[in-house]
Design a protein around this ligand. Structure first.
Ligand SMILES: [Zn+2]
Length: 173
């Protein structure tokens, strides 16, 4: 690892110093990508970057460097907020999309509820116990087919939906 004297790493080149065999920058800042170190040096300072890398186990240093490079680029693009600007922008997008998703799910639920009178009776009887089946056939079926007519049949339907878990979650009530 490290520089070989004849071609110093990007860091040592910029800092105009000799690139030692154990140069801490050399594995992460190759000489063919001078901008990578230049921007990190501009924002964090070479000695801070060196300290941060030394405090980390070797296997985490590559990730740390790409994070530093990302943060430095974000800071140059947006001097006030840096990468926090990008994060909060993405968080806004996420919550906006979650809201759209909730609205779409509510619409689906409404449509399903509107179609329910046509579908419910046969499904309901198929999944009933014998007692319930008899009960529905004898007492409730005519009212079922006549969906939102009487309030008592509505109560029965809502109760059944909850128990059967037709929608998979408790948005019925
Ligand atoms: Zn070096």
């Amino acid at each position: 690892m490290g520089g070989n004297g004849t071609s110093p790493c990007a860091s040592c080149k910029l800092l105009r110093r000799r690139c030692a065999q154990d140069c801490i920058f050399a594995p992460y800042f190759p000489s063919d990508d001078p901008h990578k170190f230049a921007i990190v040096h501009k924002v964090f300072g070479a000695s801070n970057v060196s300290k941060m890398l030394q405090e980390l186990p070797v296997h985490q240093r590559t990730d740390a460097v790409s994070s530093l490079v990302y943060e430095a680029n974000a800071r140059v693009r947006d001097p006030v907020y840096g990468c926090v600007g990008a994060i909060s922008c993405l968080q806004n997008q996420v919550s906006e999309l979650q809201m759209q998703l909730a609205v779409a799910q509510a619409e689906i639920l409404c449509i399903q509820m509107q179609q329910e009178p046509m579908v419910l009776p046969s499904q309901q009887i198929d999944t009933c116990t014998d007692d319930e089946r008899t009960y529905f056939l004898n007492n409730n079926l005519p009212q079922y087919l006549d969906f939102p007519s009487s309030s008592s049949s509505n109560i029965v339907i809502h109760d059944s939906l909850k128990r059967e878990g037709i929608f998979g979650h408790d948005m019925v009530s």
